[in-house]
Design a protein around this ligand. Structure first.
Ligand SMILES: [Zn+2]
Length: 265
């Protein structure tokens, strides 16, 4: 273990103790709550050593699929040589701790999860080059924080029953969508948003509202990217159900998003 990895592991253990978790601080296997690092394979290409923070705090609805999402990102970390930390501790959102991460994933967070000082630290983090990946209920989070709404790109409004719909790939060159067919069917919980983000983002996927019941937006982006300061931001509304997190369609979508969002070296 390198000294840098050792330092970060010590930090992870510190966070673990700090949050009064009784889980062991392990370098392999499933990522426990609240923190653990997977050591990076030395021969991983591309995004090797990307440091990923997965934030899963929920103060409103809690998706059962969060556990499946953490398990998937843990597997992706091993495959790609990422170092992964999971937390539900809002105190992690301070300048010093956030500086340890290239990408922060908000995995189906809900409710008012950060205090004002923590929000300010996260804004500084992204605007200075930290990556953001929002998954599914990340748009059902922090309604009273306007900067976060602009970071995600849209706020959740409502959804019809889970059903299959047709998705259109609008950008086939992005790492989060390049593996997808031009159009494909997908079962999910189709979020309607309070506003259409298209004017402010680059749309990767949109859903055809004529292919299911309950869409209220007409033009209906479902996954997109944009820049916020020096940071890269990605959001996908997909990912309600546990099944998504083992399906190659969604696995490639999330893997591409995290690899893309990392802080520029
Ligand atoms: Zn959902």
């Amino acid at each position: 273990m390198s000294s840098a990895v050792a330092t970060r592991t010590l930090l992870a253990c510190f966070l673990l103790v700090w949050t009064a978790s009784s889980l062991a601080c392990s370098g392999s296997g499933p990522v426990p709550l609240d923190a653990s690092f997977a050591d990076a394979p030395s021969d991983s290409p591309g995004s090797q050593n990307t440091r990923v923070l997965v934030f899963t705090r929920t103060l409103a609805y809690r998706h059962e699929s969060i556990a499946d999402g953490v398990a998937l990102i843990s597997r992706l970390a091993v495959a790609n040589g990422w170092r992964l930390t999971r937390t539900e501790e809002p105190a992690t959102f301070n300048d010093a701790s956030l500086a340890e991460f290239d990408v922060t994933v908000w995995l189906s967070t809900t409710g008012d999860v950060l205090e004002e000082e923590q929000q300010a630290a996260f804004q500084r983090y992204v605007e200075s080059g930290g990556g953001f990946v929002g998954v599914h209920a990340a748009s059902d989070t922090e309604y009273d924080w306007p900067w976060y709404a602009s970071l995600v790109g849209a706020q959740f409004s409502d959804h019809p029953a889970i059903q299959t719909a047709t998705l259109n790939v609008e950008d086939a060159t992005h790492p989060a969508s390049a593996h997808l067919a031009t159009t494909f069917s997908w079962e999910d919980e189709w979020y309607n948003f309070r506003e259409n983000p298209r004017a402010h983002v680059d749309v990767l996927l949109s859903v055809d509202e004529s292919s299911y019941a309950g869409g209220t937006m007409g033009d209906h982006p479902i996954a997109w990217t944009h820049s916020v300061g020096q940071g890269r931001a990605f959001y996908t509304a997909l990912g309600h159900s546990a099944d998504a997190y083992t399906d190659p369609t969604f696995v490639g979508h999330l893997e591409g998003a995290i690899g893309w969002a990392r802080r520029a070296p």
